[in-house]
Design a protein around this ligand. Structure first.
Ligand SMILES: CCCCC/C=C\C/C=C\C=C\CC(=O)SCCNC(=O)CCNC(=O)[C@H](O)C(C)(C)COP(=O)(O)OP(=O)(O)OC[C@H]1O[C@@H](n2cnc3c(N)ncnc32)[C@H](O)[C@@H]1OP(=O)(O)O
Length: 277
């Protein structure tokens, strides 16, 4: 299977097609022979998740429902960062309408990604804090390059990881480890993340990362798809339904939380610190 895939991806008769996207915030390529899609986040410098990027991801995920997509590898075009998480500028002094629209699109995108019936792999080629970690955790399998950071570090920023972010982490590393990591807002090194199971495999470098992602995909493509996806959704439905049934409440928490003057102060200081770096 590996040889077949190499021929398909590297061979002269390349059957890889660019997937027409309305923006260049995501680069999407579909291998027409295998049906495997690579979605590359492309919002330099750090793929901070603003409304437009989330909308581009969401639109792609919806489109993939009507394509012959057999699996999806999520990665980034940034040399150093998978995703820096939510775009802090979306939370800093927004209007209520803008904040509501932004949060709704984050929820939409997460629901689509978390419930995708086909196999999903995060090829984590750089740092992946907070919302970046959420994206990675929403995939079924995570592979990461060495010496980068990943985790839900919200507490350290004076904000709180929403319940569904927390649920995703709990589902992967277990309740006790998640509680400790979430209270402290721990950012794990790739190596530490592999030890606690937050990521499934460490890659040696970016080439190895993509090879391992395709290897995982090949294994999954050998399984009966309906049985595979039924088991996947069975494991994920409680977490999904918890958000789906409380989207409005979740949005209200977000709005009430970010409009607190103390939270705005923390965001301002953090943004300044990032700019000064
Ligand atoms: C019960 C109540 C529950 C209520 C719940 C309610 C609310 C929860 C609310 C929010 C949840 C939020 C989750 C999040 O995702 S918050 C975002 C957290 N992200 C981070 O902390 C990461 C910050 N970034 C970094 O640490 C570094 O940038 C990184 C390691 C990713 C990369 O480092 P590098 O050195 O390569 O790049 P930098 O020079 O730092 O950055 C380049 C450039 O990009 C800007 N930037 C970085 N991150 C963000 C970001 N997340 N948003 C916006 N902009 C960002 C940075 O300022 C630089 O800009 P410039 O100087 O080039 O203009």
């Amino acid at each position: 299977m590996f040889v077949l895939r190499q021929c398909l991806t590297l061979g002269t008769k390349s059957s890889v097609r660019n997937f027409a996207a309305a923006t260049n915030l995501v680069n999407v390529k579909i291998n027409e022979d295998t049906g495997v899609v690579i979605m590359e986040l492309n919002k330099p410098p750090v793929n901070s998740l603003n409304y437009e990027l989330l909308e581009a991801m969401h639109r792609t995920l919806v489109k993939l429902e009507n394509e012959r997509c057999s699996g999806m590898i999520l990665t980034s075009s940034s040399p150093n960062t998978f995703s820096a998480g939510l775009d802090l500028l979306e939370m800093y002094k927004p209007t209520v309408d803008k904040a509501r629209k932004f949060w709704g699109m984050l929820q939409n995108t997460w629901i689509k990604l978390y419930s995708a019936p086909y196999p999903t792999v995060a090829a984590i080629n750089g740092h992946s804090p907070a919302g970046g970690c959420l994206l990675a955790m929403s995939c079924e399998y995570r592979i990461m390059v060495p010496k980068k950071k990943i985790g839900l570090n919200e507490t350290q920023l004076g904000i709180v990881a929403p319940q569904w972010f927390q649920d995703c982490m709990k589902n992967i590393i277990g309740s006790r480890q998640a509680e400790k990591a979430l209270i402290a807002g721990t950012l794990f090194s790739s190596e530490e993340a592999a030890k606690i199971g937050l990521i499934d495999e460490l890659a040696t470098d970016k080439e190895d990362l993509m090879k391992k992602a395709h290897d995982f995909m090949d294994e999954q493509l050998g399984l009966p798809p309906l049985a595979r996806s039924t088991v996947k959704i069975g494991f994920r439905k409680d977490t999904l339904n918890r958000l789906i049934n409380s989207r409005e409440v979740d949005t209200k928490y977000f709005i009430d939380f970010i409009f607190q003057p103390k939270v705005q102060e923390s965001l301002e200081m953090y943004l300044q610190a990032l700019k000064k770096k």
